[in-house]
Design a protein around this ligand. Sequence first.
Ligand code: SF4
Length: 70
Amino acid sequence: MVDATEATAVALGYVMDAKTTKDPKRAVGAACANCALFAGKPGDAAGPCPLFPGKQVAAAGWCTVYQKRA
Ligand code: SF4
């Protein structure tokens, strides 16, 4: 699991709980689970994200690269 304090996570503004971000760019409801880059299965608590090779991000997480899944 990605640690929100690691350098890449800090650089990307990643948080393990999307609701805790102070970033105004986050739209209500946006989270890794519904991000186009999230490679986990629906319902998974965590899954891979290409921004963090070899690690998992929390489904409830969020970062500034978030892109709404089509
Ligand atoms: S790119 Fe998407 S899935 Fe990856 S950490 Fe950011 S919000 Fe989560």
